[in-house]
Design a binder for this molecule. Structure first.
Ligand SMILES: Cc1cc2nc3c(=O)[nH]c(=O)nc-3n(C[C@H](O)[C@H](O)[C@H](O)COP(=O)(O)OP(=O)(O)OC[C@H]3O[C@@H](n4cnc5c(N)ncnc54)[C@H](O)[C@@H]3O)c2cc1C
Length: 306
C-alpha cells in the first residue's frame, strides 16, 4: 500500500480492489503482525491452510565506515513514511523525511532507487545523485539481444526524467560505490566518499569480480542517503515462526512450480517465494497458489489459471 509512491500507483485503485475483495468475503485484519503478536501455532490451529505472502522486505545494507551517521535511511522506510504521511494528513503530521534543500545520495540504480529520486525531487531536494555499481546498459539493443528477447537497454524512468528536466543531467553515476559516510562533529551525515569500480573476469572461475579503481575517490555533499541496494528475501521472524525451509536466497522454498512449503498445510506465494519482483507476478502466483490450496482441500480443483 505505502511502499510504492502515490505518483506511480494512486492508492484509490488499491482501496477499490480491497473493497471488492471484502464484498467477496475476504476479511482483512490490520495491525496484526504474524510471527510476533499472532502466533503461527494459533493460525494453524484455527485454519486448515495458511498461505504466507509477506513480501521480501529485508533490505540489503551498506557496510562502510560512518554507517551510523544520522541521515541514512533504507529506501522503503523513506518511501513508506512519505506516502503514509501524504495520505494521512497531506504531510501536516510531519512524519516523513523531508529532503527539501538537502543534497540527497541514493545508493542503488534500480526501480526502488528511481522512486526515491522522484520523491526527493518533489520535496524540493537541492541535488539528487544515484550511485550504481553496474555499467550503464546500452541505449539500443546489442547484437546478442535481439527481439523478441527482453530488451537489455538503459531505462530512464520517471524519477530520472524529472531529475534531467530539473537539474539538467541524469542523476546516475555508474560503476561506482560508496566507500565511506562522512559525519560532522554532531554525528550528522555531511558527505559520502565514492569510488569507481571496474569489472574483471576471474580466469579460473569465469566470474566477474569488481575492483576499485585506484585514485578515483570523489566526495559528494550529502545530508541524506537513501539505501536502495536490493532485498535479501523474507523477514526471518516469520519464516522462523512457521519453521519453513528457505532456498539459498532466503526465499521460502517449494518444489519447482509448486506452492506448498516444507511444512504441511503451509503455502507461499509472491515476493516471499520468488524474491522482490513485480505486482503482476505476485497476482499470478496468488492465483496459482489458490488453485493448489483448493486441490489440497478438495482432492480436485475447478479453479482455472490462464
Ligand atoms: C519501492 C518499490 C517500488 C516498486 N515498484 C513496482 C512497480 O512499479 N511495478 C511493479 O510491478 N512492482 C513494483 N514493486 C514490486 C512489488 O511491490 C512487489 O513485487 C509486489 O508488491 C509483491 O507482492 P506480495 O503480495 O508478494 O508482497 P507485498 O506487496 O510486499 O505484500 C506483503 C504484505 O504482507 C504484510 N506483512 C509482512 N509481514 C507480515 C507479518 N509478519 N504479518 C502480517 N502481515 C505482514 C506487509 O505489510 C505487506 O502488506 C516495487 C517494490 C518496491 C519496494
Amino acid at each position: 500500500m505505502y511502499g510504492i509512491p502515490n505518483m506511480k500507483l494512486e492508492k484509490h485503485i488499491i482501496d477499490r480492489k480491497i473493497k471488492v475483495m471484502e464484498e467477496e468475503g475476504v476479511t482483512f485484519v490490520t495491525n496484526s503482525n504474524v510471527g510476533k503478536d499472532v502466533k503461527a501455532e494459533k493460525l494453524l490451529k484455527e485454519f486448515d491452510r495458511v498461505v504466507l505472502c509477506c513480501g521480501s522486505s529485508n533490505p540489503r545494507d551498506i557496510s562502510a565506515p560512518g554507517r551510523d551517521a544520522k541521515g541514512i535511511y533504507f529506501a522503503v522506510d523513506f518511501l513508506t513514511a512519505n506516502t503514509k504521511s501524504l495520505l494521512d494528513s497531506d504531510f501536516a503530521d510531519q512524519k516523513y523525511v523531508d529532503t527539501k534543500d538537502k543534497n540527497v545520495v541514493i545508493i542503488g540504480g534500480g526501480d526502488t532507487g528511481n522512486d526515491c529520486v522522484g520523491t526527493a525531487i518533489r520535496h524540493g531536494a537541492k541535488s539528487v545523485t544515484q550511485i550504481e555499481m553496474m555499467p550503464k546498459a546500452p541505449d539500443l539493443r546489442a547484437d546478442n539481444n535481439p527481439w523478441p528477447e527482453w530488451p537489455k537497454v538503459c531505462k530512464t524512468d520517471y524519477g530520472q526524467q524529472e531529475a534531467i528536466e530539473i537539474y539538467g543531467h541524469d542523476p546516475r553515476i555508474y560503476e561506482s560505490t560508496v566507500k565511506e559516510f562522512l559525519k560532522d562533529k554532531n554525528g550528522n551525515l555531511k558527505a559520502v566518499k565514492i569510488v569507481s569500480l571496474t569489472w574483471e573476469k576471474d580466469a579460473e572461475t569465469g566470474r566477474m569480480n569488481m575492483k576499485e579503481v585506484e585514485g578515483s575517490e570523489k566526495t559528494l555533499d550529502a545530508e541524506i542517503v537513501l539505501i536502495a541496494a536490493g532485498f535479501l528475501g523474507s523477514q526471518k521472524y516469520v519464516t522462523d515462526a512457521f519453521k519453513v525451509a528457505l532456498d539459498g536466497r532466503t526465499n521460502v522454498q517449494t518444489a519447482p512450480g509448486k506452492f506448498m512449503t516444507s511444512v504441511d498445510r503451509v503455502f507461499t506465494a509472491g515476493d516471499m517465494h520468488t524474491g522482490q519482483s513485480l505486482v503482476v507476478k505476485a497476482i499470478r502466483q496468488g492465483r496459482e497458489c489458490a488453485r493448489e490450496v483448493d486441490e489440497s482441500l478438495m482432492g480436485y480443483t475447478n479453479l482455472y489459471v490462464q
